[in-house]
Design a protein around this ligand. Structure first.
Ligand code: DLZ
Length: 163
């Protein structure tokens, strides 16, 4: 994840395979849509940069980050992709909601990775402030969507090698 110390969006592109036949599903939360829209744009651009065809990128929206687990499971069944990316943004508020949503999506994504035979990539920003989210969705610490796309390509290639 992009932090003040490490910006993975600036990763070495030569280590990312060129994958013209990959199918990638992206499920994106509508909450904080100004942020998640930038994550989605970054993910799609990065996938295309590494050879994924536009018609093989499947995008669906769900209301919030909590719904990403269900969305990912259904998209995996429906589109039969090589990897799924979940994109969301949870910003800490004044109630414990933040912790419940973060825990729910983290555990849900982890469970899907053990249930499905394709990787599910975690592209969820969990920040203390809106500014931290802006900084990580195309701002000074890169774009978590780009990083999720690179991870999806690498993990799909890994899964193919481990068949
Ligand atoms: C309810 C809620 C709150 C308070 N905050 C966020 C948030 O920061 N980011 C996000 O993606 N979703 C939030 N939600 C909505 C929940 O994810 C979920 O959509 C609802 O609890 C309905 O299940």
């Amino acid at each position: 994840m992009a932090t003040a110390y490490q910006n993975l969006s600036a990763c070495d592109n030569s280590t990312v395979p060129h994958c013209p036949s990959l199918r990638i599903a992206i499920v994106c939360a509508e909450w904080n849509h100004d942020i998640t829209g930038n994550l989605l744009d970054g993910a799609c651009q990065t996938l295309k940069k590494h050879g994924v065809k536009e018609e093989n990128i499947f995008v669906e929206q769900v209301p919030g980050t909590f719904e990403l687990t269900f969305g990912a499971q259904r998209m995996a069944a429906h589109y039969r992709p090589d990897a799924v990316i979940v994109l969301g943004c949870v910003i800490r508020g004044e109630t414990p909601h933040f912790d419940y949503i973060c825990q729910g999506v983290t555990e849900g994504t982890t469970r899907l990775n053990t249930m499905l035979d394709i990787p599910v990539v975690f592209g969820v920003l969990t920040t203390n402030s809106k500014q931290q989210a802006i900084d990580r969705s195309g701002g000074k610490y890169g774009n978590k969507g780009d990083e999720a796309a690179v991870t999806a390509i690498k993990m799909a290639a890994f899964a193919a090698r481990m068949k």
